[in-house]
Unconditional design. Structure first.
Length: 282
């Protein structure tokens, strides 16, 4: 009975579910970064584009592994009118169709369309979380901007890494990464400042805050500015993955029940209300 009343950590989504948001966010961000770089410089970044599609596919595969009966995965396509997961799956199919054509033909029009579809995919991922009304850390008003901002920063970081490995010359990528890290920092701090969630979720967010700010934003931004882009890109990507892992598996406390007032026996006066699990975190 107490588990039904107090806020508790959801167990339905684990590391495999987090992997979908990790791969999907980083992959779409990488597709967007590579598309912008290709259209602005004319560089051949098809390998980076394909790497983004692979990341998205790996994220979706993690969800498939999580399903208790994986061969029923096609059921996810049956409820587009109500389910953001269904919409995510449909948009993913469109993304692979358009992305394959863009990679094969190097068409600017297809590249632009692929970027739009990729933004639609990561939007669906954010809406999956905000639709979970029973989990305060997910339904928060700034969860969707946070998912979008970290996807952009992860994508830029991954693009910096892969550009260094493949020898692609995109001189503004480091500066772009620094700007996107600044954006993610602002959104994260605003999200944390406005978050109202059970004590355990708030404690997990606060434990993450300082390492995320220092190692995931300040340090990589400085490294990017001073030309150490590979290290900056790696830190930016890892920080985004850790953020989403904590959000999905550590901050996902359910709402629990609240009593406006505590009842009294006989003619006694009622007491103050209680909200189990929402007390001050140590």
């Amino acid at each position: 009975m107490r588990q039904m009343i107090t806020a508790r950590l959801q167990r339905s989504w684990d590391l495999r579910a987090a992997g979908n948001f990790i791969g999907g966010g980083a992959g779409t961000g990488l597709v967007l970064a590579a598309t912008v770089a290709t259209l602005s410089t004319g560089a051949d970044l098809r390998l980076i584009l394909l790497a983004g599609l692979v990341l998205i596919g790996l994220g979706l595969a993690m969800v498939w592994l999580e399903i208790g009966k994986p061969w029923r995965a096609l059921n996810v396509f049956f409820h587009p009118q109500t389910s953001w997961m269904t919409r995510e799956g449909i948009v993913a199919m469109a993304l692979y169709a358009v992305g394959s054509g863009a990679a094969l033909l190097s068409s600017p029009g297809l590249l632009g369309l692929m970027a739009l579809v990729a933004m639609g995919f990561v939007w669906c991922q954010g809406r999956i979380l905000t639709s979970a009304k029973g989990i305060p850390a997910w339904r928060a008003g700034l969860t969707l901007p946070l998912i979008l901002a970290t996807a952009a920063a992860e994508g830029a970081g991954a693009a910096v890494l892969l550009a260094g490995v493949t020898g692609a010359d995109v001189p503004w990528l480091g500066r772009g990464l620094a700007l996107l890290l600044a954006l993610r920092y602002v959104v994260w701090r605003a999200y944390l400042a406005r978050l109202k969630a059970p004590a355990q979720a708030m404690a997990a967010a606060r434990r993450l805050d300082m390492p995320l700010v220092l190692a995931g934003h300040l340090l990589p931004a400085l490294l990017a500015v001073f030309g150490l882009s590979l290290a900056a890109g790696l830190l930016a990507v890892v920080a985004g993955w850790v953020l989403k892992y904590v959000l999905i598996t550590r901050m996902a406390m359910t709402q629990g029940f609240a009593l406006p007032v505590t009842p009294a026996r006989g003619r006694g006066t009622t007491g103050t209300g209680v909200k189990p699990g929402w007390g001050a975190a140590s």
